[in-house]
Write a protein that binds this ligand. Sequence first.
Ligand code: ADP
Length: 382
Amino acid sequence: MGRVDIKQLTKRYNEGSKEEVVAVKDLDLTIEDGEFLVLVGPSGCGKSTTLRCLAGLEIPTGGSIELDGEDVTDNRPKERGVAMVFQNYALYPHMTVRENMRFGLKITTDLSGAELDEKVEWAADLLDITELLDKKPKELSGGQQQRVALGRAIVRDPAIFLMDEPLSNLDAKLRTQMRTELQQLQDDLDVTTIYVTHDQTEAMTMGDRIAVLDKGELQQAGTPLECYHEPANKFVAGFIGSPSMNFLDVTYRNGRLEADAFTYEITPEIERALENAPTELSLGVRPGDIQLADPAVENAIPATVEVVEPMGEVSQLYLDIGGSSYTASVSGELRIDSDQRLHVVFPPDRIHLFDRRTGRAVKNRESIDENETLDSHLVTPE
Ligand code: ADP
């Protein structure tokens, strides 16, 4: 079993001094048994500190951590049934792969030599590193070393895996491959995993759920698609998704959204959402949701193309709208040149509106169409 309850977790460094840092603030988060939770946020937001508190490597300033209902806040790392995998692998250079994987087990359990060997060989087989067992770390590639580090965690049969940016030292191709392998492995082993990364792509693709942190505070916990389509606030909206969501300052006045460069007529749905909302808002629209339009279309906004970045399937357009820069993703088959003038629309069912002062989401895009079944997308015979 491996359910984790983090309650009001706070960690301050250099408490009481001028250099005091609040690394984690009042964090409440439950991770269910077998769940793959990704802690994501920009550098310095408190991800590693949270993980280190879970591992028992840092003592929290306040709050508690429970594993399967038992308070382990003051337990030593060894007593927690957690195994941690680090970015830098942390393998012993003078030991072989077999010894590296065996060592931790040997000192924390009283398994016989034969049992230790059996476990190491089982994990090596699972990770496809059997032929590396008698090599030293320096003879291995980065990807192989990371597998050994994983193997060392797996043999310990932990209730919880804690992973701190384990893929960030690998090149892009290997990273993508290991991402899939790790997910598969976590699925097979069904061990609760808490995975730290600053990379929103990793978070989106790997997590059952993601928890987005900023400045030590939880911004949102939800499935990747919830965080993407229904961000709780402007921070999450801007952090999740690549290229990032565009934001424009607008004022809700006379039943419309007014910006310096345009006015936006709203639909009854948006009007309802704005009933008790403040007037100073930030309008958010994802690059892929911006559409090119005829100037006669309602809410068409004039834009000038600053730069075209062809990516193949899509092209990223950097657009100047009223002196500010915005990104739009359009079909790569369109011929568009820099300096070209065109019009765009932000479809009303795709826009997000945030309270400009607090950042809180006032209205998110309309829900994903549940009727979009696979059948309606299949190629069918003529
Ligand atoms: P992340 O993993 O999200 O990059 P960290 O948890 O490492 O963030 O750090 C959160 C904040 O705590 C940062 O401002 C960092 O500088 C500070 N911090 C982390 N470790 C220490 C430490 N040992 N002493 C003082 N400040 C620290």
